[in-house]
Write a protein that binds this ligand. Structure first.
Ligand SMILES: [Fe+2]
Ligand SMILES: [Fe+2]
Length: 299
């Protein structure tokens, strides 16, 4: 059995070293939002407690599916990377992709600052050079195909887009023989189906991604972004169906069904169980919140 841990939407706050000019435009609004709302919603002590729990929980690989920071500051990403290192996870066994909060401003995205900081967590066994995304990492019987749905929106929206070129590369990687021979997990920040309107917080080309998956298939899709546990299905080739799972935020201070949590996918041949571990305010620790078999899908 392969145990794949999935942590997402850390939303780490850290302004160390930020300059005043870093806070113009969208960042200024993001920082204000952060100060007023997210400060209460996302709690660093919950993220630390989650790290303690995950460190002690057996898993073979960890994927972090974006929104490590809030306003795309290097200080936020360095703090998030320290958190990953504190878990004791190696770069070989941890994979990181960005979320829309890690692609807040055009100049930062163009600079590739996120990719530089997390380069060792994105080292690829398969990549269609010279593009960073998507990339594939092969681990035993598992192939992770990691896409980047995050673009600087410039309009305060939280929408995402893969774009035609990346969609073509996602299809090519999923079809590559060494990937196809394994249990393929597509990792993406935005949900590939709309769970929560409005449109301006969703993946714009999700219909095109669904077409790619219908042609080439995948065994599992995992995502973040919605800050809640989500389950869906997409059509694969030859009548097969692909389970789609969203994990809740790792730092969210909300009610039991949404508070700080992470998933472990127990992959055993064609069978997949999702186990969600959530913060328990009574004990201060984490407990198994839900166990659900998502594959094989039986109707
Ligand atoms: Fe988020
Ligand atoms: Fe997000």
């Amino acid at each position: 059995m392969f145990r794949l841990a999935h942590v997402t939407d850390l939303h780490v706050r850290n302004f160390a070293g930020a300059r005043l000019r870093d806070f113009f435009g969208k960042r200024a609004i993001g920082a204000l939002n952060l100060a007023l709302i997210r400060r209460r919603k996302h709690r660093p002590e919950l993220l630390e407690a989650l790290g303690d729990d995950l460190r002690a929980r057996a898993h073979d690989h960890l994927v972090v599916s974006g929104d490590l920071g809030n306003v795309s500051l290097s200080s936020e990403w360095r703090a998030a990377r320290s958190w990953i290192e504190r878990i004791g996870a190696s770069t070989e066994n941890t994979t990181v992709i960005p979320g829309n909060h890690d692609a807040y401003v055009q100049e930062v995205v163009v600079s590739g600052a996120f990719e530089q900081l997390f380069a060792a967590f994105q080292s690829a066994d398969l990549r269609l050079e010279p593009d960073t995304y998507p990339f594939a990492r092969l681990r035993g019987e598992i192939a992770l195909v990691c896409a980047n749905s995050c673009v600087p929106t410039g309009d305060l929206g939280a929408w995402g887009r893969l774009g035609e070129a990346q969609l073509r590369r996602v299809e090519a990687l999923l079809a590559a023989p060494e990937v196809r021979a394994r249990f393929r997990v597509l990792v993406i920040h935005h949900p590939p189906v709309m769970h929560r309107p409005p449109e301006n917080r969703n993946l714009r080309d999700r219909a095109q991604l669904a077409e790619v998956l219908a042609r080439v298939g995948a065994e599992l899709v995992v995502h973040g972004h919605d800050h809640r546990d989500e389950f869906a299905e997409l059509a694969g080739p030859e009548g097969r169906r692909i389970p789609v799972v969203g994990a809740g935020s790792a730092s969210y201070a909300g009610t039991t069904d949404r508070c700080s949590r992470y998933n472990i996918y127990e992959i055993d041949g064609a069978r997949v169980d999702v186990v969600t571990y959530a913060h328990d305010s009574a004990s201060g620790g984490f407990r198994e919140f839900r166990r659900r078999t998502i594959a094989p899908i039986v109707s």
